[in-house]
Design a protein around this ligand. Structure first.
Ligand code: UDP
Length: 194
């Protein structure tokens, strides 16, 4: 796993295509995986928030979300191939999930946005198994949602709570799970459904 360190954050050297293949392998092997797609805002936040820095250390992969990170890598002299954003990963994984009949759990966003997201997935990726969905306005201290997701057996869990909530939520409940690829996708449900 080749990474480049930018202000203490280890970014994965990967193309979008290669990264999707990596995640597909994790699903096939049922190995629990935590993905953070980090933009400059996340890098800056990690500098001033020790707890958040600890959460990033729990991540299996941190990808470059945004051209700012890609440019920084070039300046350091260790260029990253391209940006790999949460939205791009979500779209690619939905395609893979449709092909391989993976089950997907959708966590986050406002209820209408979530409903529209699930409806569009049913329409455009009909072979995706919807493991379940829960809007992003619940008590994040309550483990009930994580327990329900575990019970659902989801292969992929898209967490659209926004930064830094999504990474905090995944970091907190990851130990509960035995499998699943977890990825914080920010405002992706809003974009996807809008
Ligand atoms: N969101 C959520 N729960 C919250 C706060 C936000 O599910 O408690 C959702 C929000 O509806 C949106 C996404 O998180 O779909 C991203 O929100 P925001 O734009 O505030 O975060 P950012 O884009 O800065 O990560």
């Amino acid at each position: 796993k080749k990474t480049i360190d930018i202000l203490g954050v280890p970014f994965l050297h990967t193309t979008r295509q290669a990264f999707i293949e990596t995640l597909q392998r994790h699903v096939e092997q049922k190995s629990k995986t935590f993905v953070v797609t980090a933009n400059p805002e996340i890098v800056m936040h990690s500098l001033q928030d020790e707890q958040y820095r600890g959460i990033l250390q729990q991540a299996d992969y941190i990808t470059a979300d945004g051209i700012g990170v890609v440019k920084a890598a070039s300046i350091i002299g260790d260029p990253l191939p391209e940006r790999v954003s949460g939205y791009d990963i979500m779209l690619d994984l939905l395609q893979v999930a449709d092909r391989q009949r993976y089950s997907v759990y959708f966590l986050g966003a406002a209820e209408e946005v979530l409903q529209a997201t699930v409806a569009k997935v049913r329409e455009e990726y009909p072979n995706v198994k919807i493991a379940g969905h829960q809007n992003g306005f619940f008590d994040r201290q309550d483990p009930g949602v994580a327990e329900a997701i575990k019970e659902s057996g989801a292969d992929l869990v898209f967490v659209a709570l926004g930064f830094p909530r999504q990474e905090q939520w995944i970091g907190k409940y990851l130990p509960l799970f035995d499998k699943g690829v977890f990825i914080g996708v920010g405002g992706s449900f809003d974009v996807f459904s809008g």
